[in-house]
Design a protein around this ligand. Structure first.
Ligand code: HEM
Length: 395
């Protein structure tokens, strides 16, 4: 079997992702080259998987496709991710299961329900402030603010420190920022880590510090990498919320449907459709542990395999009219939150938050009007707006 390397555009070009034209490329690849080899350049060589079934299969076979050598494409000069083999996202079973178990209590349905009142109050206050601003940036004023508050509450950050945490994490995770921009955030978490060592608590930081994993406590490095993994991963939630609000603004009929049916079943399907449509995590990477064959292509042990989730979520063999934003879509078994062993641990929390945001918007807002520029992110890791100005018009 010859390996096809022809491709009509460069999938690693952030501009292609920012322009949205990457969807045309993914459509082409699903049809003509669903298992596609990319030669090494600044990035290492890798296989692209673009069809839903293949992507789901890889997610569900951590024995064949490992997470322990990184789950995101990185320029070769940077070497392996420092968290490789150490954090929940970057380990394989059985270590992965033990690490996930260490903090799992904080991510249950019961836990999300117990936080519902607090979350609803927070969302009302964020939406009210955004309405009062006139034109607001849905990324900073809504998405980032809500996701940062959630992660802060989860870790056990005091309410008084949450605004500061939002500012530091925005600086640290902005693309292209140097590693030194993580310093204030890490210093804050180091102090918190020592505080939990002195006085245990039942928040996620307390669990990282005091719950053992396979009989041993985590090292300080492992704790801090674990915390950073959580904070970085939760960025997806902010982007999905921001992109979701923007999508409602550009699909007025869907918005009006949400307002009419906000107390019914539609809200549940709407959450899933916003997750599918926004697919804020762009790719996951795995490393083959043995030689495998997918769609007639031989993937060798050690090869990197990249799964493009927005492509899976627009796969026409799974989703009817995949390019239509339809809040009532059913069934909708999208892969925006991954699948299998590493399925997003924050998914319950993210779904609750998205549902409450949609309900609050439908209750307080009459119209979502584009009110200025929308600048997309230039990234192959996450996608959504870098900023998007809208006017939330009060009821
Ligand atoms: C709409 C919101 C979200 C999206 C689209 C999203 C997406 C994903 C995806 C695709 C994965 C699988 C990665 C892989 O298998 O390599 C994942 C895993 C993960 N997510 Fe999320 N996520 C979201 C919200 C969150 C939140 C709110 C948190 C934390 C509070 C979080 C924390 C994590 C962690 C720690 C993992 C690794 C889990 C593991 O390896 O077992 N995510 N997420």
């Amino acid at each position: 079997m010859t390996v096809s390397t022809y491709i009509p555009a460069d999938i690693t070009d952030p501009e292609l992702h920012a322009s949205g034209e990457v969807h045309q490329l993914w459509r082409w690849m699903r049809q003509h080259s669903p298992v596609h080899w990319h030669e090494p350049g600044d990035l290492p060589g890798f296989w692209s998987l673009t069809r839903y079934d293949h992507i789901r299969y890889v997610y569900q076979h951590p024995d064949l496709y490992s997470s322990a050598h990184g789950v995101l494409l990185r320029p070769t000069v940077l070497g392996e991710d420092p968290g490789s083999g150490l954090t929940m996202a970057l380990t394989d079973p059985p270590r992965h299961r033990a690490l996930r178990g260490q903090v799992a209590d904080r991510f249950t349905e019961r836990c999300a329900r117990s936080l519902a009142d607090e979350m609803r109050t927070e969302i009302r206050s964020v939406v009210t402030r955004a309405i009062e601003k006139g034109a607001c940036d849905v990324v900073q004023d809504v998405g980032a603010r809500l996701s940062s508050y959630s992660i802060a509450r989860l870790l056990g950050v005091e309410p008084a420190d949450r605004e500061q945490l939002l500012q530091w994490s925005t600086e640290a995770f902005e693309s292209g920022k140097p590693l030194t921009s993580h310093v204030p955030l890490m210093r804050f978490f180091i102090d918190m880590m020592y505080a939990r060592m002195a006085t245990p608590a039942q928040d996620a930081m307390g669990m990282f510090v005091n719950n053992d994993v396979q009989g041993e406590l985590l090292t300080e490095t492992e704790i801090l990498l674990g915390v950073e993994n959580l904070v970085g991963a939760s960025e997806n939630a902010g982007l999905a919320m921001a992109a979701g609000v923007f999508a409602l603004g550009t699909h007025p009929q869907q918005w009006q449907r949400l307002v009419r049916e906000r107390d019914g079943e539609l809200v549940r399907t709407a959450v899933e459709e916003v997750l599918r449509w926004t697919s804020s995590a762009t790719h996951s990477m795995r490393t083959a542990t043995v030689d495998t064959v997918v769609q007639g292509q031989r993937i060798a042990a050690g090869d990197r395999v990249v799964l493009w989730m927005p492509s899976a979520n627009r796969d026409e063999s799974v989703f009817a009219e995949p390019d239509r934003f339809d809040l009532g879509r059913q069934p909708n078994r999208h892969l925006a939150l991954g699948a299998g062993e590493h399925v997003c641990i924050g998914s319950t929390m993210a779904r609750h938050q998205m549902r409450m945001l949609l309900q609050t918007l439908a209750e307080l807002v009459a119209a979502i009007e584009p009110a200025g520029d929308m600048e997309p992110l230039r990234s192959i890791t996450v996608n959504g707006p870098a900023y998007a100005t809208v006017r939330l018009v009060a009821q």
